[in-house]
Design a protein. Structure first.
Length: 367
């Protein structure tokens, strides 16, 4: 989907019930061991979205949520093979960021990629059919969950090697700079990937040439079964670019408004030639790392608490209701989204498998 035009702040939306936390940026807080620490989370309330923007964000996040739930079901029925990493819980990150970019900008991410594809406007039928390995899938049924691509929609994959997309996303930004086309690369990666060496080689080059790239670290607190503080010597990932001169900040990645506000600033900087920026999105995945993860490393209560208190879709829903949106309008959005997802699931089961003659196509290049 293309960038949505910014609307004037809707007054009714401003009357959100969520009290803005009082802490200022950089003010000491306590960590889980009750030690004082500084963080770089902007704690003043983000600017409100217009009613139209809230509605669109609600719809786009719900589409991702329902799509992922359906993918989980199809996986459980044995209709999806291989790896399948769901994005449930993290929807506000990609939807908020997508509101800040324009047609022609690029998006690249890891294997947790279905949400990014849908947010880029890729066809849910083509994505679901790829998951079930059918011929109308985005990679003709030969790539699966982690390997889809759409030049038309500016989506550059889907990468299964942790951190591999970071040099690639930096390369996209290098091409933008080389061509002088004003485009920006949104390069997403996880908290675990943030410890990869290639990330820092990329940071160095990105700052050296002031490339138009925004690094979005989706800190969902876990890398497979490892909680971030067990694997990372420093856990404020927004500061990981400092030794290269890349500024960054932490963002409430469960609030689409905060994501959009931070994203707009970072994208504008990059487009204006001011170079890379790091946005560490504080988010959470509700499901296991992949469909085969029983998630024994954390308690049900921990997950339940985030769902109840921070769910990104529920937060927008509450704001919409407080702004006077009718239940009928929300129900109509739910219905539309369910219909899209059901249609995609039906298609993904009826579409034929690839012809055996496709076994060697797109695998070897003609020499
Ligand atoms: C180079 C490499 N090392 C290890 C793996 C195995 N692996 C797959 S996902 C993953 C965890 C990555 O976590 P994070 O970057 O936080 O992303 P998330 O899964 O939370 O989205 C690991 C270690 C891999 N795919 N590639
Ligand atoms: Mg992670």
């Amino acid at each position: 989907m293309a960038k949505r035009s910014a609307h004037k702040a809707n007054k009714r939306n401003g009357s959100s019930k969520e009290a803005p936390p009082q802490l200022k940026r950089g003010q000491p807080t306590k960590d889980k061991n009750n030690n004082s620490k500084k963080d770089n989370l902007r704690r003043n309330a983000p600017p409100p979205l217009s009613l139209e923007e809230e509605r669109a964000a609600y719809r786009d996040m719900l589409l991702i949520r329902r799509f992922e739930e359906k993918a989980g079901q199809l996986y459980g029925m044995g209709l999806i093979g291989g790896f399948c990493h769901l994005y449930i819980g993290q929807e506000a990150v990609v939807v908020g960021m997508q509101m800040t970019i324009e047609e022609g900008d690029q998006v690249i991410t890891s294997y947790r990629d279905h949400g990014h594809m849908l947010a880029c406007g890729m066809d849910p039928k083509g994505v679901m059919a790829e998951l079930t390995g059918r011929r109308s899938g985005y990679s003709k049924g030969k790539g699966g969950s982690m390997h889809m691509f759409s030049l038309e929609k500016g989506f550059y994959g889907g990468h299964g090697i942790v951190g591999a997309q970071v040099p690639l996303g930096t390369g996209l930004a290098f091409a933008n700079r080389y061509r002088g086309d004003g485009r920006v690369s949104l390069t997403y990666f996880g908290d675990g990937a943030a410890n990869q060496g290639q990330v820092y080689e990329s940071f160095n080059m990105a700052k050296l040439w002031n490339l138009p790239v925004v690094y979005i670290i989706e800190n969902n607190k876990y890398a497979m079964g490892t909680e971030i503080s067990r694997a990372s010597s420093t856990t404020d990932l927004s500061q990981r670019g400092l030794s290269f001169g890349i500024p960054g900040e932490q963002v409430d990645g469960m609030d689409v408004r905060a994501v959009k506000a931070a994203g707009e600033m970072a994208v504008a900087r990059a487009r204006a030639g001011e170079g890379p920026y790091i946005l560490e999105m504080l988010t959470y995945r509700y499901r296991g790392h992949s469909m085969s993860d029983p998630a024994k490393y954390r308690s049900r209560e921990e997950v339940q608490k985030v769902r109840e208190e921070q769910d990104p879709i529920e937060r927008v829903r509450r704001r919409l209701i407080a702004a006077g949106e009718s239940e009928e309008v929300l129900k109509a959005i739910d219905k539309e989204v369910r219909a899209i997802v059901n249609e995609a699931a039906a298609f993904a089961q009826s579409d034929p498998e690839p012809d055996p003659s496709e076994l060697t196509t797109d695998v070897y290049a003609e020499a």
